[in-house]
Design a protein around this ligand. Sequence first.
Ligand code: ADP
Length: 256
Amino acid sequence: FSRLTLEDTSRDELVEMGRTFNDMIALLESNYLKQEKFVSDASHELRTPLTVIESYASLLKRRGLTHPELFNESVEAIHSEAIRMKELTEQLLLLAKHHEQWDLSMKVVDLQELATASAKVFRNAYGREVTVNAQGEVRGFSDEAKLRQLLFIFLDNARKYSDEAITITLGASGQESHIVITDRGIGIPSGELPRVFDRFYRVDEARGRQGGGAGLGLSLAAEIAEAIGAKLSMESVEGAGTSVMIRIAAENRGRQ
Ligand code: ADP
């Protein structure tokens, strides 16, 4: 993009117009570059599982019939990489569509029911113990499906980056309700904490890579939180564990 230069001696309106034009260009450039980076990062992430699928498929083609012992390992690898690609594509599709275009249905949600059902899913799917602590009934005003998705992102991270029990604590204070997800896992170094919500950011590429994350979970969480009006805060101690708090309105305070 080329910039418009106007002499300061020009008429005020022209100088003003020049400034507006340049601001607009700067905005366009930043969005353009961001988008370009997004596309190249996304392509890079999709290429990794595709390469694995391609090499196992070619191995099967060349030696599958003569070496039956290769069969299980190859099919297993192709299957798990395909699942990873599917999850990644779903995350990318959600992120590509700005949250203002999402269909939301805000209503009063029973948080205890939501937490208990989510804990059950995690127990069944991953064999991980998830304890729910709540004193009495806790309700929140939210889009139920998106809130569940938000909770799942944090539970999934708690599962990937810890080996011990995960806790969900529910509570309310004043007009606000909260959901806290706590793990006693590897934690996040304090200097990294502000960056973990960035797209494709991972604290350490080596650790937990087998979990298969692409560093998109938390950026999606931030997007969902903005859409449903939830506030997120994260505390972590390296080597001790991580705790995430989701705060939402206890009831509908806005206009219908
Ligand atoms: P990923 O798919 O890599 O898990 P996320 O966006 O969900 O991506 O998280 C970004 C990074 O933040 C992770 O790669 C991990 O290093 C760190 N992280 C997130 N949650 C936790 C947690 N509960 N414990 C330790 N590290 C975490």
